[in-house]
Design a protein around this ligand. Sequence first.
Ligand code: SF4
Length: 1001
Amino acid sequence: MPHPFPTISKQKQPQAWAITPNSQALGQLAKGIWDCAVQTGSRPLVVLSTAGPLIGVRAALEQNRPKDLPHSIAFLPQVISFTDWLEAAPGAWKFPKKQTDLERWLSVFVNLRKHKVLQSWFKAESEAGAWGLAQAVVDACDSLSEVVVPQLQSELNALLQTHTLDTEAWLKKVELVLDQAVAKAYVGLSRNVVDEESAVLLTFWRYLTNIGDPVIRKHLAMAAQMQLAKANAEKDRTTVRPFIWVQTADPKPIDQELIDAYLQDYAQFATVVRVDLDWQSVALWPEALCGLDVDGHIAVANSQEDSQIESNIQSHRQADWRLLAARRFEELAWAATKSIESHLIAGKKNIALVAQDRLAARRARALLSRLGSALQIRDETGWKLSTTRAAAAFDIYLEIIRAPKEGPSASALLEFLQNPYFDISCSLNQAPEVCIGLIARLEDILIASQAKSGWETFTMAIERANSYATSNGGSPNPLLINLIKFVRRLHTGWQQSMVDCSSAYVLLEKNLQEIGMFQRLEKDAAGKQLLEALKGFDLSSGVYKELKMRLPEWLSLLKTVIEGASYEEVGKEAQATLSILPLSSTRLRQFDAVVLVGCDEQQLPAFSEPPLFFSDTLNRYLKSSTIAAQYVQQARDLSQLLVSCKNVDLLWQSKSKSGEPLRPSAWIQRLQAKLKDWRVIDAKPELYEGKSQPIAMSVSTPDQNLAIPVTVSPSAYKALRDCPYRYYVSSLLGLRKVKEFDEGFDASLAGQTLHALLKTFFQALKTEEAKSHAPIHQGIAARRQWMIDHLMQCSEKEFERLIAGDARVLGTLRDWQKQIPSFIDWQIERENQGWRYHDAELPIGFILSLTDPDGVQRDIRIAGRADRFDIHDSDSTAAAVIDYKNQKMKKIVDRSENILDDPQLLIYARAADESAIAAHLPGRTVGQAQWITLKAELDKGEDKNIRAHAIEDMPNAMAQFSEQIEKDLNSLWARKPMRAFAPDSICQYCEARGVCRKGMW
Ligand code: SF4
């Protein structure tokens, strides 16, 4: 039975009223408020303890507006949440400046530095951990203040009466009173805390508490409201509006005390009605009915209360309460989606998805997004700003500024440049068309040269690519160097050991403007909110503007703030609305259907993270929230939800991740015990049947319109020999795997450097030989020493920049320098056989003419770059080709066994023979081809040939190769089927594996 609204009495006491939190609760409340307006003849002020039901109450007031109201109360009664009411306190602008969360964390930071006792306690914390701790300290200090500050209420009231005269003096007085109270309370509280943790916290509290704290502001605002009511009442009591306080959720004991005292005082000046929720006919479990006892423990129900519960369960049982169990996570999300879909099909327009299991709710949301704009999804669970694309882009920018001084990794750099909020044309101050493809080009260069980290390394890789393009008829791109310089400048700007808070913000903002990210974030809903969150870091007008901290500390603070910020989606009009919300947000709200996901015993009830510092007992002492109070509150929320809504689906995952069975929440099991016919439905995904064809070996016939390259490099020809299908995918279709950078440093750029330095060295050797009195002519030993010294110096010089980019390259240099004496010995031995270095790094090729099936003559150029050519001193027709390999000899020997499948040296030999002038070898024939390892196993002994391996029977190999390449290219141009066929050793590293599906057939 609903309680009738009380008759307003003249007694200066708050009047109590209770509403039943069922589906008629809002209507009942609205009628009561109007009743109050009619009885008092004035427009009441309604303050709700939580903001959730605000819109619902206003709508209910509109619906229940009595007819023929006198003019004085015709306006809708003012309904406001407690927080808004505090903000609207008269003269709130004169209150001490509100401290932001950030400022409060910084004050923890400052105190940590100031007080040795605190430092010793927190020294082990990492940056991120320290900020997390700062948040916990601030929260805990608020709990302590909540207990102490009410004792100050009368002083605050007294001070408020005078504060109009001199705000500064008044603030000083408030501060003084607060200090005295804190000092007094400290003594009392420290008697009650025995452990070190709480003692440290108390010390913090002593240092941190100040008049800008939210708890103090709350009390000041309440006192100001009270002052106003008093002042008005002194003039004319009838002008003070009736005050209706609606307690929408169980308050913490400390809040309860505070509001009780407040209502009592307020009743001296105006009509006060306190509205509570009456669980008598709504509670489905004894704890929801009886709540907590005086000691804060869950009260035990008596037999009368038990039978009340029994009757509540039976009377509220709805046929449309469904219990759905899904075995796996995906099935759970799927079942939740299907439930929501079924409600939408049934014409329900306002649906709630209660996210006890936040992950499953998120997944269901993703599945529902295919319904498009017809369904508006409002996520009230606090979508984290850090999960948005805008925050991810900002995070990538932070990665760049926190990179070590040598520079970031190539993957971090590319990720930064490729993020959609980076504006390359704004950064380089160039027209957008000029910048098209620039980042893709940079990626190609960095991947091809395996330049994995460091500004110097990136610059070298680009310079090499540009100079190669210049010498091979391509076009170098100077903008690439500018791009690296630009990002490097941003990075260098942050290379200071300490940053001060205000200039760090200025630099951050400047950077964001320069890279165009600021402008792009402003155009994006999440981006705008991110910029708003960042604005909090503008401490230029506060006390912390000169506070200095290490860059990692500042960056970690930045991340902590973004991590804590919520993203609010902009709502759009739609045919139906789905609200994703926590259980507590369903209080006193109306929904056509509710889907509660995550009703297993582990997630329902769900308790908030226990505070870091206080035990449950201490919480009880501090009259704060306890586990028992949260338990009762959730039992009440769930009762209210089930009783108020006809269509409720309760879903849970019946098997945990580890495969253990999971039961539904104990509350559901207890209901099941009373409702025998309430059965669990197994939520199984719908199965669709179909027959699939077994996959056969991949074979492709090149389409007539598919262009076949007219230039073939040695590596492309090797790919064709290894596996025609692989060639088809990589060279004909041009598909390329997005390559990632392996861990470790860039071997390939080091390889290129080795080749380059060897060329420089041999050119210098030639020059030295031309000088008649050079020490090089003073016998073998002197020549050897000169060569070793010179090659050592040459190596140091060429590696210098690489090492500046990535210090790990030093190891490679040292490894190579160990090889130098043995390499020189091999060179001298070779010279003794009459061979002389002739040229290196020479682009070279030959033409193969063939006629395709359409009778068209095709000239195919087989071309590459030969590492080195030698000529013979005494035989004017002899030449040799050499390929340096950064591999062990064993691999080289294996390679030589399949020379026809990897005929790189044969290609160079034929090219040199057919274009002797281009190869600078007129009149000579290449009769010798060798691989030289630059990674010889020195410990294998000097008697063995550890450095060179030659192709045997060159003439025969050349003949076979020429016949084979002609045959292969003829088949290619005939567009014959190209089969995926290769030994596992090749497939293992093949990029086309995902296309040919090797392993599936
Ligand atoms: S995985 Fe093996 S069979 Fe498949 S394309 Fe690559 S090399 Fe050929």
